[in-house]
Design a binder for this molecule. Structure first.
Ligand code: NCD
Length: 307
Protein backbone atom coordinates (compact mmCIF):
# COMPACT_ATOMS: atom_id res chain seq x y z
CA UNK A 1 0.00 0.00 0.00
CA UNK A 2 1.16 3.51 -0.76
CA UNK A 3 1.28 5.35 2.59
CA UNK A 4 3.15 8.45 1.47
CA UNK A 5 1.47 11.63 2.70
CA UNK A 6 0.76 13.26 -0.64
CA UNK A 7 -1.24 16.53 -0.69
CA UNK A 8 -3.24 16.54 -3.91
CA UNK A 9 -6.65 17.93 -3.00
CA UNK A 10 -7.99 19.77 0.06
CA UNK A 11 -9.99 16.73 1.20
CA UNK A 12 -6.74 14.80 1.70
CA UNK A 13 -6.73 16.54 5.10
CA UNK A 14 -9.33 16.61 7.85
CA UNK A 15 -10.23 19.71 9.81
CA UNK A 16 -7.95 18.62 12.67
CA UNK A 17 -4.98 18.27 10.30
CA UNK A 18 -5.55 21.81 9.03
CA UNK A 19 -5.83 23.08 12.59
CA UNK A 20 -2.56 21.38 13.57
CA UNK A 21 -0.84 22.96 10.56
CA UNK A 22 -2.18 26.41 11.47
CA UNK A 23 -0.87 26.00 15.03
CA UNK A 24 2.53 25.08 13.62
CA UNK A 25 2.48 27.96 11.10
CA UNK A 26 1.61 30.36 13.97
CA UNK A 27 4.61 29.10 15.93
CA UNK A 28 6.93 29.49 12.94
CA UNK A 29 5.59 32.99 12.26
CA UNK A 30 6.27 33.99 15.88
CA UNK A 31 9.80 32.58 15.99
CA UNK A 32 11.12 31.57 12.55
CA UNK A 33 14.69 31.11 13.82
CA UNK A 34 13.58 28.19 15.99
CA UNK A 35 12.70 26.20 12.85
CA UNK A 36 15.64 27.19 10.67
CA UNK A 37 17.20 23.70 10.90
CA UNK A 38 14.02 21.64 10.78
CA UNK A 39 14.73 20.37 7.26
CA UNK A 40 18.53 20.26 7.43
CA UNK A 41 19.87 17.66 5.00
CA UNK A 42 16.60 17.37 3.07
CA UNK A 43 16.22 18.15 -0.63
CA UNK A 44 13.06 19.44 -2.30
CA UNK A 45 12.35 19.12 -6.02
CA UNK A 46 10.38 22.07 -7.30
CA UNK A 47 8.96 21.00 -10.67
CA UNK A 48 7.01 23.75 -12.43
CA UNK A 49 5.67 22.78 -15.85
CA UNK A 50 3.56 25.98 -15.85
CA UNK A 51 4.39 29.63 -14.99
CA UNK A 52 4.36 30.69 -11.36
CA UNK A 53 5.75 33.46 -9.18
CA UNK A 54 4.29 33.22 -5.69
CA UNK A 55 3.69 29.51 -5.41
CA UNK A 56 7.13 28.48 -6.62
CA UNK A 57 9.09 31.16 -4.81
CA UNK A 58 7.16 30.76 -1.57
CA UNK A 59 7.72 27.00 -1.59
CA UNK A 60 11.40 27.44 -2.33
CA UNK A 61 11.86 30.24 0.22
CA UNK A 62 9.90 28.20 2.77
CA UNK A 63 12.07 25.13 2.35
CA UNK A 64 15.31 27.10 2.45
CA UNK A 65 14.13 28.90 5.59
CA UNK A 66 13.68 25.45 7.16
CA UNK A 67 17.31 24.60 6.34
CA UNK A 68 16.57 22.42 3.30
CA UNK A 69 17.95 22.66 -0.21
CA UNK A 70 16.01 22.97 -3.45
CA UNK A 71 16.53 21.66 -6.97
CA UNK A 72 14.14 21.91 -9.89
CA UNK A 73 13.00 23.87 -12.90
CA UNK A 74 10.52 26.56 -13.77
CA UNK A 75 10.63 26.15 -17.52
CA UNK A 76 9.86 22.72 -18.91
CA UNK A 77 11.45 23.84 -22.20
CA UNK A 78 14.83 23.27 -20.55
CA UNK A 79 14.04 19.72 -19.48
CA UNK A 80 13.80 16.32 -21.15
CA UNK A 81 10.05 16.91 -21.49
CA UNK A 82 11.08 18.90 -24.57
CA UNK A 83 12.73 15.71 -25.91
CA UNK A 84 9.53 13.75 -25.40
CA UNK A 85 10.08 12.24 -21.94
CA UNK A 86 6.86 11.28 -20.16
CA UNK A 87 5.85 12.83 -16.85
CA UNK A 88 6.00 9.40 -15.21
CA UNK A 89 9.61 8.85 -16.29
CA UNK A 90 10.66 12.31 -15.13
CA UNK A 91 9.06 11.67 -11.73
CA UNK A 92 10.69 8.23 -11.37
CA UNK A 93 14.07 9.81 -11.91
CA UNK A 94 13.53 12.81 -9.66
CA UNK A 95 12.29 10.72 -6.72
CA UNK A 96 15.69 9.09 -6.60
CA UNK A 97 17.28 12.50 -5.95
CA UNK A 98 15.06 14.14 -3.35
CA UNK A 99 12.92 13.79 -0.21
CA UNK A 100 9.85 15.71 -1.38
CA UNK A 101 8.38 16.88 -4.69
CA UNK A 102 6.29 20.00 -5.30
CA UNK A 103 4.77 19.93 -8.77
CA UNK A 104 2.67 22.28 -10.90
CA UNK A 105 1.41 20.94 -14.21
CA UNK A 106 -0.90 22.25 -16.92
CA UNK A 107 -2.87 18.99 -17.14
CA UNK A 108 -5.80 18.29 -14.85
CA UNK A 109 -5.07 15.13 -12.88
CA UNK A 110 -1.27 15.32 -13.30
CA UNK A 111 -0.74 15.42 -9.53
CA UNK A 112 -2.93 12.36 -9.06
CA UNK A 113 -0.95 10.58 -11.76
CA UNK A 114 2.19 11.41 -9.77
CA UNK A 115 0.77 9.63 -6.71
CA UNK A 116 0.27 6.53 -8.87
CA UNK A 117 3.87 6.69 -10.04
CA UNK A 118 5.90 7.68 -7.00
CA UNK A 119 6.84 4.99 -4.50
CA UNK A 120 9.51 6.67 -2.38
CA UNK A 121 8.67 10.34 -1.81
CA UNK A 122 5.50 12.38 -1.31
CA UNK A 123 4.23 14.91 -3.82
CA UNK A 124 2.46 18.20 -3.17
CA UNK A 125 0.13 19.52 -5.86
CA UNK A 126 1.04 23.14 -6.66
CA UNK A 127 -1.77 23.35 -9.24
CA UNK A 128 -3.03 20.95 -11.92
CA UNK A 129 -4.57 22.70 -14.89
CA UNK A 130 -7.90 24.29 -14.10
CA UNK A 131 -8.68 21.56 -11.55
CA UNK A 132 -7.22 22.12 -8.06
CA UNK A 133 -4.72 24.30 -6.19
CA UNK A 134 -4.75 22.94 -2.63
CA UNK A 135 -1.75 24.88 -1.32
CA UNK A 136 -3.29 28.19 -2.39
CA UNK A 137 -6.30 26.99 -0.42
CA UNK A 138 -4.07 26.21 2.55
CA UNK A 139 -2.82 29.80 2.24
CA UNK A 140 -6.40 31.09 2.02
CA UNK A 141 -7.59 29.10 5.03
CA UNK A 142 -4.55 30.13 7.06
CA UNK A 143 -5.29 33.74 6.14
CA UNK A 144 -8.90 33.37 7.31
CA UNK A 145 -7.60 31.76 10.50
CA UNK A 146 -5.11 34.63 10.96
CA UNK A 147 -7.91 37.21 10.61
CA UNK A 148 -10.14 35.12 12.93
CA UNK A 149 -12.78 34.49 10.29
CA UNK A 150 -12.46 30.74 9.77
CA UNK A 151 -15.49 28.65 10.79
CA UNK A 152 -17.56 31.79 11.37
CA UNK A 153 -20.42 30.99 9.00
CA UNK A 154 -19.15 33.46 6.43
CA UNK A 155 -20.86 34.88 3.40
CA UNK A 156 -18.06 34.69 0.87
CA UNK A 157 -18.27 36.19 -2.59
CA UNK A 158 -16.31 34.25 -5.22
CA UNK A 159 -15.89 36.61 -8.12
CA UNK A 160 -14.48 36.32 -11.64
CA UNK A 161 -13.37 33.22 -13.51
CA UNK A 162 -15.06 30.44 -11.57
CA UNK A 163 -14.87 28.08 -14.54
CA UNK A 164 -11.10 27.85 -14.91
CA UNK A 165 -10.10 29.29 -11.53
CA UNK A 166 -8.68 26.30 -9.71
CA UNK A 167 -8.18 28.25 -6.48
CA UNK A 168 -11.95 28.65 -6.13
CA UNK A 169 -12.55 24.96 -6.83
CA UNK A 170 -10.19 23.98 -4.03
CA UNK A 171 -11.40 26.68 -1.65
CA UNK A 172 -14.99 25.47 -1.78
CA UNK A 173 -13.89 21.87 -1.16
CA UNK A 174 -11.89 23.02 1.87
CA UNK A 175 -14.47 25.36 3.37
CA UNK A 176 -16.92 22.45 3.33
CA UNK A 177 -14.53 20.61 5.67
CA UNK A 178 -14.93 23.55 8.07
CA UNK A 179 -18.73 23.35 8.07
CA UNK A 180 -19.44 25.29 4.89
CA UNK A 181 -20.25 28.92 4.10
CA UNK A 182 -22.73 30.84 2.07
CA UNK A 183 -20.90 30.93 -1.27
CA UNK A 184 -22.08 33.76 -3.49
CA UNK A 185 -20.79 32.91 -6.96
CA UNK A 186 -20.38 36.13 -8.94
CA UNK A 187 -19.60 35.28 -12.56
CA UNK A 188 -20.94 35.67 -16.07
CA UNK A 189 -22.58 32.54 -17.50
CA UNK A 190 -19.54 31.85 -19.66
CA UNK A 191 -17.30 31.61 -16.58
CA UNK A 192 -19.72 29.84 -14.23
CA UNK A 193 -18.60 27.38 -11.56
CA UNK A 194 -18.47 23.83 -13.02
CA UNK A 195 -21.23 21.47 -11.92
CA UNK A 196 -18.74 19.04 -10.35
CA UNK A 197 -17.59 21.79 -7.98
CA UNK A 198 -21.16 22.91 -7.19
CA UNK A 199 -21.89 19.33 -6.17
CA UNK A 200 -19.24 19.52 -3.44
CA UNK A 201 -21.44 21.93 -1.49
CA UNK A 202 -23.19 19.76 1.10
CA UNK A 203 -23.01 21.78 4.32
CA UNK A 204 -22.99 25.33 2.98
CA UNK A 205 -25.35 27.17 0.71
CA UNK A 206 -24.62 28.36 -2.81
CA UNK A 207 -26.19 31.19 -4.79
CA UNK A 208 -25.38 32.61 -8.22
CA UNK A 209 -25.43 36.22 -9.37
CA UNK A 210 -23.84 38.23 -12.13
CA UNK A 211 -23.74 41.68 -10.58
CA UNK A 212 -21.03 42.33 -7.97
CA UNK A 213 -22.44 45.73 -6.99
CA UNK A 214 -25.76 44.15 -6.07
CA UNK A 215 -24.32 41.76 -3.47
CA UNK A 216 -21.09 43.35 -2.23
CA UNK A 217 -22.82 44.84 0.83
CA UNK A 218 -23.76 41.35 2.09
CA UNK A 219 -20.26 39.87 1.96
CA UNK A 220 -17.86 39.13 4.83
CA UNK A 221 -15.13 38.14 2.38
CA UNK A 222 -14.76 38.93 -1.30
CA UNK A 223 -12.45 36.49 -3.08
CA UNK A 224 -11.48 38.10 -6.39
CA UNK A 225 -9.89 36.13 -9.23
CA UNK A 226 -8.41 37.05 -12.58
CA UNK A 227 -9.81 35.70 -15.85
CA UNK A 228 -7.48 32.79 -16.68
CA UNK A 229 -6.08 33.91 -20.03
CA UNK A 230 -3.97 30.78 -20.59
CA UNK A 231 -7.02 28.47 -20.48
CA UNK A 232 -8.94 30.22 -23.28
CA UNK A 233 -9.02 28.79 -26.77
CA UNK A 234 -10.04 32.14 -28.25
CA UNK A 235 -8.08 35.34 -27.57
CA UNK A 236 -11.18 37.32 -28.58
CA UNK A 237 -13.28 35.57 -25.93
CA UNK A 238 -10.63 36.37 -23.29
CA UNK A 239 -10.57 40.04 -24.33
CA UNK A 240 -14.37 40.15 -24.03
CA UNK A 241 -14.38 38.74 -20.51
CA UNK A 242 -11.16 39.96 -18.88
CA UNK A 243 -12.54 43.25 -17.57
CA UNK A 244 -15.98 41.90 -16.68
CA UNK A 245 -15.44 42.73 -13.00
CA UNK A 246 -13.39 45.61 -11.71
CA UNK A 247 -13.42 46.26 -8.00
CA UNK A 248 -13.25 50.02 -7.56
CA UNK A 249 -13.96 52.71 -4.97
CA UNK A 250 -17.64 52.92 -5.82
CA UNK A 251 -18.12 49.23 -5.07
CA UNK A 252 -15.92 49.33 -1.96
CA UNK A 253 -18.09 52.18 -0.62
CA UNK A 254 -21.01 49.75 -0.59
CA UNK A 255 -19.07 47.00 1.22
CA UNK A 256 -19.01 46.31 4.96
CA UNK A 257 -16.35 48.19 6.91
CA UNK A 258 -14.74 44.90 7.93
CA UNK A 259 -15.13 42.95 4.69
CA UNK A 260 -11.87 41.30 3.63
CA UNK A 261 -10.77 41.32 0.00
CA UNK A 262 -8.68 38.27 -0.86
CA UNK A 263 -7.06 37.34 -4.17
CA UNK A 264 -4.72 34.45 -5.00
CA UNK A 265 -2.81 36.84 -7.32
CA UNK A 266 -1.58 37.69 -9.87
CA UNK A 267 -3.87 40.68 -10.27
CA UNK A 268 -4.45 41.90 -13.80
CA UNK A 269 -7.27 44.46 -14.08
CA UNK A 270 -9.89 43.15 -11.65
CA UNK A 271 -8.87 45.23 -8.61
CA UNK A 272 -8.23 48.92 -9.14
CA UNK A 273 -4.74 49.80 -7.90
CA UNK A 274 -6.13 53.02 -6.42
CA UNK A 275 -7.67 50.83 -3.69
CA UNK A 276 -4.33 49.46 -2.49
CA UNK A 277 -4.22 51.56 0.68
CA UNK A 278 -7.64 50.30 1.81
CA UNK A 279 -6.89 48.03 4.81
CA UNK A 280 -9.66 45.68 3.70
CA UNK A 281 -7.42 44.53 0.83
CA UNK A 282 -5.33 41.85 2.48
CA UNK A 283 -4.00 39.92 -0.51
CA UNK A 284 -0.35 40.92 -0.16
CA UNK A 285 -0.39 39.74 3.43
CA UNK A 286 -2.28 36.64 2.26
CA UNK A 287 0.64 35.79 -0.06
CA UNK A 288 3.11 36.43 2.78
CA UNK A 289 1.19 34.17 5.16
CA UNK A 290 1.26 31.48 2.47
CA UNK A 291 4.97 30.98 2.96
CA UNK A 292 4.44 30.06 6.63
CA UNK A 293 1.53 27.81 5.76
CA UNK A 294 3.77 26.02 3.25
CA UNK A 295 6.56 25.68 5.82
CA UNK A 296 4.10 23.93 8.12
CA UNK A 297 2.79 21.77 5.27
CA UNK A 298 6.26 20.57 4.28
CA UNK A 299 7.25 19.85 7.87
CA UNK A 300 4.10 17.80 8.32
CA UNK A 301 4.54 16.02 5.00
CA UNK A 302 8.11 15.07 5.88
CA UNK A 303 7.18 14.30 9.48
CA UNK A 304 10.00 16.44 10.87
CA UNK A 305 10.25 18.27 14.16
CA UNK A 306 6.68 17.66 15.23
CA UNK A 307 6.36 17.61 19.02
C1 NCD B 1 -3.24 31.14 -8.95
C2 NCD B 1 -3.04 29.90 -9.82
O1 NCD B 1 -1.92 29.65 -10.25
O2 NCD B 1 -4.02 29.22 -10.02
N1 NCD B 1 -2.04 31.80 -8.65
C3 NCD B 1 -1.33 31.43 -7.56
O3 NCD B 1 -0.85 30.33 -7.48
N2 NCD B 1 -1.26 32.28 -6.54
C4 NCD B 1 -4.27 32.07 -9.48
C5 NCD B 1 -4.06 32.61 -10.86
O4 NCD B 1 -3.08 32.31 -11.54
O5 NCD B 1 -4.91 33.40 -11.26
Amino acid sequence: MNCLSHFIRPSDWQQSTYEESFRLADLILQDPGKYSHSCDGKVLASLFFEPSTRTRLSFEAAFQRLGGRVIGFSDQGNTSTAKGESLEDTLRIVEGYVDLIVMRHFLEGAAYLATQTLTKVPVINAGDGSHQHPTQTLTDLYTLHHYQKLGKNLTIGLCGDLLFGRTVHSLIEALEIFGGCHYVCIAPKDLALPAYVQEKVKKGKITFVEDLQEVIGDLDVLYMTRVQKERFVSEQEYERLKGYYILDQEKMDRAKKDMLVMHPLPRVVEVDRKLDKDPRLIFFNQAHLGMYARMALMMKTLGVNLD
